[in-house]
Design a protein around this ligand. Sequence first.
Ligand code: NZQ
Ligand code: ZN
Length: 385
Amino acid sequence: MQNFTYCNPTRIHFGQGQIAEITREIPAGQRVLVTYGGGSVLKNGTLDEVRAALAHAVVTEFGGIEPNPTYETLMDAVRLARATGSEFILAVGGGSVIDGSKFIAAAIPFTGEDPWDLVIRKAPVKAAVPFGTVLTLPATGSEMNSGAVITRKSAGAKLAFGSPLLFPRFSVLDPVKTYTLPARQIANGVIDAFVHTTEQYLTYPAAAPMQDRFSEGILRTLIEVGPVTLAEPEQYEARAALVWSATLALNGLIGAGVPQDWATHMIGHELTARFGLDHAQSLAVVLPALLTERLDGKRAKLLQFAERVWDLREGGDTSRAIQAIERTRAFFESLGVKTRLKDYGIGESDLAGIVAALEAHGMTRLGEHKDITLQVARQILQRAL
Ligand code: NZQ
Ligand code: ZN
């Protein structure tokens, strides 16, 4: 096992009715900026519940944070927060609203010229306005981690940044608040959580049996409850299992002390920035291709994945590894998410542009061995056609 330092300070309020806990989390009279997305929380009553829990605070609202949140929109929120003297931010929504709120939290006190430097130049986050979240979409783990992915439309860039100062103070995870999600977003959530787990698990053996078993537990749970919660959105137990699996997949626990890959995400971000694929669609396309391309380097863990996650015990090594990759692809497809670039109208003539974008964003040595060069990335994309 590798050395690690682990601290996750986010308090979780899990379960039905837990929005009421917000009242205890926020002191009376505090100036709170409530952020939300395109309106789902207005329609399904979640925002009304949040307003009721914040009756004792001084609330300003900022709506309109879009999926794949943009710097352009978020800077409007930063200006509003500065003008109203916001002391706390409460993000009500999915990963995009939460990520966007992390940027807002860091940008408000930023003293440099342009808060975009936090993202593009990784300018250190020296201060951040404290924030909490009410999660409405299980997928990203953003509700219990310190990272965010921000898009700058004018630059065609979608990039990650983070800081220990950007953990939420608390997050409310009420599975009932996710019941109104369309099937597409549920499928996306299952796949995002699945790929977060494989990014930290499908690398090479690192004598970390606990982390491996945790990861396998998350993957098996997603395979088990994913189809159930898609078919029966209001079955509480399955939805609750999805919500907690997605949080655990990216709250630092399974990644502590083990090598991590993240190439699927980095290549996927370019697909979203250039072609508008949903985040999880981009992952569903890249992961099977990447695992096939890196089969030799990942062989030992692919075989463990085949046996412990997919119960594959027949056939030679390579055959079992390939079967595991194909089972993964079939699982994504069974959730209704396509796994080929051509399914999204992307063809061979687009590949050079994607590779050039990876280069422009410094993604020239990806993967757990830093050996996914631009050439290898091109081969992965070729396999994904
Ligand atoms: O905007 P509204 O109207 O709220 O609608 C949203 C949005 O259209 C809708 N939605 C959310 N909760 C709902 C709901 N609709 C009905 N009922 C509800 N309860 O779902 C749509 C998608 O929302 P979004 O927040 O964009 O989805 P997700 O949670 O998948 O977040 C994706 C973003 O997170 C980033 C992605 O790159 C992407 O930008 N990620 C963040 C990570 C992190 N911070 O650790 C890691 C991930 O790998 C990921 O990169
Ligand atoms: Zn993701």
